[in-house]
Design a protein around this ligand. Sequence first.
Ligand SMILES: NC(=O)c1ccc[n+]([C@@H]2O[C@H](COP(=O)([O-])OP(=O)(O)OC[C@H]3O[C@@H](n4cnc5c(N)ncnc54)[C@H](OP(=O)(O)O)[C@@H]3O)[C@@H](O)[C@H]2O)c1
Length: 264
Amino acid sequence: MGSDALTLPRAALDITDKAAVRDFMRRERPRAVINCAAWTAVDAAESQVEACFAVNARAVESLAEACDEVGSLLVQVSTDYVFGADHARATPYREDDPTGPLNTYGNSKLAGEVAARQCDRHIIARTCGLYSAGPHGPVRGRNFLDTMLVLAASRPEVSVVTDQICTPSYVPHVARGILTLLEAGATGTFHVTNGGWTSWHGLASELFKQAGLSTAVRPITSRDYPSAIERPGYSVLATEKLVKTADTRLSDWQEGVADYLRSR
Ligand SMILES: NC(=O)c1ccc[n+]([C@@H]2O[C@H](COP(=O)([O-])OP(=O)(O)OC[C@H]3O[C@@H](n4cnc5c(N)ncnc54)[C@H](OP(=O)(O)O)[C@@H]3O)[C@@H](O)[C@H]2O)c1
């Protein structure tokens, strides 16, 4: 599993095109579909609710239907943003804890989970704070770590929030976790993140330390960095179910940073 995977960019298959999804599934009849496609523009989702739900929820309904028709297992990649409404939370969320998104993106991903559960055989893999050094990394300059390294090259100090706590997770580690679940024949909802937790301030500090940079990281709070939408203050995901089911524990988030720096 994994070595014979087919990767499909949007140009090859737009998942909002129900007929194209159905035709593709009838033709290829894959053992499993791992749906990584999503509307991930969290801020823009507030003004483009329909477009966001079309990708994150309605397209997942089509995928679930098409998977059922040919007997494929559907892996729906989901997010810590299905949580957040419990403002007093200070312990990791378990898979069966009540959800409560704070924004449109979170609501759309939660609707995507509901849609994926319509598929007879499914895995919902909730993850968190993703970054990698792949084509979505340095080339497109889109992840937090790339941005920090670019800023560090031109500034003596960067300001980063301390009041959003989660588990930054390195994509190749998460991908391995999902493959291990598939190989174990697991189904259901799982949290798949690196171990431990930190704030974005903690992540930037660790990144600069490991990269040997002297750039200072000034602690600020979300109030100093106004945004039109609310993000979870605490969204650490408990991963014991992954450990118990697939007999695998992803390494701690600091090792993800080390692997990311090595692979740049
Ligand atoms: N980033 C995080 O911190 C994070 C945290 C937790 C969970 N997740 C989840 O992890 C998954 C991957 O996130 P990411 O951050 O890697 O997202 P990303 O960089 O925005 O990538 C999303 C991909 O989906 C594609 N896509 C969008 N609409 C599509 C459509 N209609 N048909 C086919 N492909 C489409 C995009 O194609 P284009 O490039 O052509 O737009 C892009 O390649 C998502 O399910 C997300 O919700 C992400």
